[in-house]
Design a protein around this ligand. Structure first.
Ligand code: F0G
Length: 410
């Protein structure tokens, strides 16, 4: 059967609100053409991010009721620890309020001024180790899947190769494991030798090649908040927990409620369900294929959690300095009420290497008919793309300007 069906049915629904193109034009003007500044109730389909936007399952909501809110040593923590330990195999695990908190703690403990952390997002790992010298490199980080690289997976062979480069220098390898389950599914589909493995077995092998990980439970744990920091290093763990107490809370809750820990524990197991992962990757691919086959340039092949439209190629009449990705984001919202996010010169300034528009798909939230609507909207925008105009910044803060800059259309 070719029809993609969601491997779940709906028990609780949340209304979507339609708005008119004229009303959306008004919202755009009031928000300075910045989609982060538009109220969510004025969005029809929200593809801004796949982070914290998942629908939780009946089992997760049941687990929420079981949450133990004891300050220290709650049962929820031990339930989460049992699941995380079986999955990752790391010696130590602490919860954090989200992924970036885990990163901040890890980097504060491990990095000194002048250090360099090579990763698949910023650097070619091998080349940097050779060029910088191992002494300056406290850890190497691999992001699975690569969010800044089109949502593309990292192969098991690649993880093994990075490990083989790091190990002789005694450099620990950490995974940024936000989308580990989607990565595991791609390995199963594409890499010879893994077709008979379960997603869990593949994920276990990925984690066991690493020395630790940071994890945002807002992605592949279907949780609305939360993160994890795991390591095999006893010294790092001790320093991490001291820092954690200062900024996140006691190490058995890490800034989360007990109920959040339980939701993450259940989500970590659910996400490895083969039927779910099959549907997830097929559905994202369906969106990518349908728009690409009708002439919309995307980063190929389609990623796991998002489709990235190449706005520079789609809108060659808009130069990078006039933010083609943002111009496209604005038009997609005005035309169809869909919110997406620019990943290009507005986000990265001079450092931008591409002008992309990311359509990130929240997990288990939208149905195939919503995806069909998104396809139709993008193809309609593609029909009148010549009329899309570039953008100019009117007002911007000194950094992370994409969150609050105000713009106007040229
Ligand atoms: N690592 C990656 C690869 C991410 O994509 C994100 C968040 C984080 C770390 C941080 O996790 O949000 O829990 O603090 N990405 C979201 C996005 C915000 O839209 O791609 P967090």
């Amino acid at each position: 059967m070719r029809t993609i069906i969601e491997p779940f049915r709906i028990k609780s629904v949340e209304p979507l609100r339609h708005t008119t193109p004229a009303a959306r034009q008004g919202y755009l003007e009031a928000a300075g053409y910045n989609l982060f500044l538009i109220e969510a109730r004025h969005i029809l389909i929200d593809l801004l991010t796949d982070s914290g936007t998942s629908a939780m399952s009946t089992e997760q909501w049941a687990a929420v009721m079981r949450g133990d809110e004891s300050y220290a040593g709650s049962e929820s923590f031990f339930r989460l620890k049992k699941v995380a330990d079986a999955l990752t195999g790391f010696r130590h695990m602490v919860p954090t309020h989200q992924g970036r908190a885990a990163e901040r703690i890890l980097f504060t403990v491990m990095c000194k001024p002048g250090h360099v952390v090579p990763s698949n997002t910023h650097f070619d790992t091998t080349r940097v180790i050779a060029a910088e010298g191992a002494a300056k490199i406290p850890l190497v980080m691999l992001t699975v899947t690569n969010n800044s690289g089109g949502g593309q997976p990292v192969s098991m062979a690649n993880i093994e190769a990075v490990k083989a480069v790091c190990a002789p220098h005694g450099i620990p390898l950490y995974l940024d494991a936000c989308r580990f389950a989607e990565n595991a599914w791609f390995i199963r589909q594409r890499e010879p030798g893994y077709a008979d493995w379960t997603p869990k077995q593949i994920a276990q092998k990925m984690f066991r090649l690493a020395d630790g990980c940071t994890f945002s439970a807002k992605k592949d744990a279907f949780a609305n908040i939360g993160g994890l920091l795991c390591t095999n290093d006893d010294r790092v763990f001790l320093e991490q927990t001291n820092l954690l107490i200062l900024t996140e809370g006691f190490p058995t809750y890490g800034g989360l409620a007990g109920r959040d820990l339980d939701a993450i524990a259940v989500g970590l197991e659910e996400v490895l369900d083969a039927d779910y992962l099959h549907y997830r990757i097929e559905s994202t691919g369906y969106l990518g294929r349908h728009i690409a086959d009708h002439g919309v340039p995307i980063v190929e092949p389609p990623g796991g959690h998002a489709i990235y439209i190449d706005a520079a190629r789609m809108l060659p009449h808009i130069p990078a300095a006039q933010f083609p990705g943002q111009a496209l984001a604005v038009e997609l919202y005005r035309h169809a009420g869909i919110r997406s996010v620019e990943i290009g010169s507005l986000m990265f300034g001079e450092a931008a290497r591409h002008e992309l528009l990311r359509l990130a798909i929240p997990r288990r939230v939208y149905t195939q008919s919503h995806i069909d609507y998104v396809v139709e909207a993008i193809l309609e925008v593609n029909q009148h793309k010549q009329s899309i105009r570039g953008m100019e910044i009117v007002e911007a803060p000194p950094f992370l300007r994409h969150f609050s800059a105000r713009m106007r259309q040229l």
